[in-house]
Ligand binder design. Structure first.
Ligand SMILES: [Zn+2]
Ligand SMILES: [Zn+2]
Length: 233
């Protein structure tokens, strides 16, 4: 039903009504998260207040992750609607919500704001051809517009058609991502701080591999911005 909420079908500004937006992303839905990888922290785990066990053991190549919510029902329905039913207005809303989070976390209060750039996790060419769009890029475009930051497209690409990560067991995912990205315009990457946008962060191996690739080419700092983070099992 056009003009109604994609989640509850109720009236209100499409594609997400204020009530559903508040339920999914409002103050009450917030949780303490690992500063580095964005995973929800269990308060009683006795770990330091900003790092999860995994990041304490081995630091990923990215520096920080902002996640709006856990990847769980009913948010998964919206993420899948964007990805597989091309509900592109959702990308605009997701980008606006991420922009708000970036602002409230003070990420723009950096003296190097002139070096701040936005990119989406690149999609393999085959996947792009079959889907027709990169949902992460659509979110990144909306975010960059709100924050008035330059959006980079094509400076880094996915070079190998890696099997869909979701089909693989967790231990195979990291191996699967090795060498998955290539920088085509090194001068566009070096000396820049990057906001890297994706829809869902599952194990974090894809984002870690991308961050490692960007840092090998001189990127100074990487912050991941994701809509949903898969919670620890
Ligand atoms: Zn609603
Ligand atoms: Zn972590």
């Amino acid at each position: 039903m056009p003009g109604s909420c994609a989640l509850c079908g109720g009236d209100g500004p499409a594609p997400l009504c204020a009530v559903c937006s508040e339920t999914l992303f409002g103050q009450k839905a917030r949780a303490p998260r690992c500063q580095r990888c964005g995973i929800r922290l269990i308060p009683e785990s006795g770990l330091s207040d900003c790092s999860c066990a995994s990041c304490t053991r081995e630091l990923p190549a990215f520096d920080r992750t902002l996640a709006l919510a856990d990847y769980a029902a009913p948010l998964d329905r919206l993420v899948l609607a964007l990805k597989f039913r091309a509900q592109l207005p959702l990308a605009t809303v997701f980008g606006q919500l991420l922009a708000r989070e970036v602002q409230s976390q003070g990420l723009l209060c950096t003296k190097d704001i002139g070096h701040l750039r936005v990119m989406a996790v690149p999609l393999a060419r085959e996947r792009l051809a079959e889907r027709g769009f990169n949902q992460a890029h659509e979110i990144a475009r909306s975010l960059a517009r709100v924050l008035k930051l330059p959006l980079s497209a094509g400076s880094c690409v996915r070079v190998r058609h890696t099997e869909a990560q979701a089909m693989l067991p967790p231990q195979a995912r990291r191996v699967n991502m090795r060498g998955a990205f290539a920088v085509l315009k090194p001068q566009a990457i070096a000396g820049r701080e990057w906001l890297v946008v994706d829809d869902v962060m599952t194990t974090g191996h894809t984002l870690a591999e991308l961050a490692a690739c960007l840092k090998r080419h001189g990127a100074t700092r990487i912050t991941n911005l994701v809509i949903a983070r898969t919670p620890a099992r």
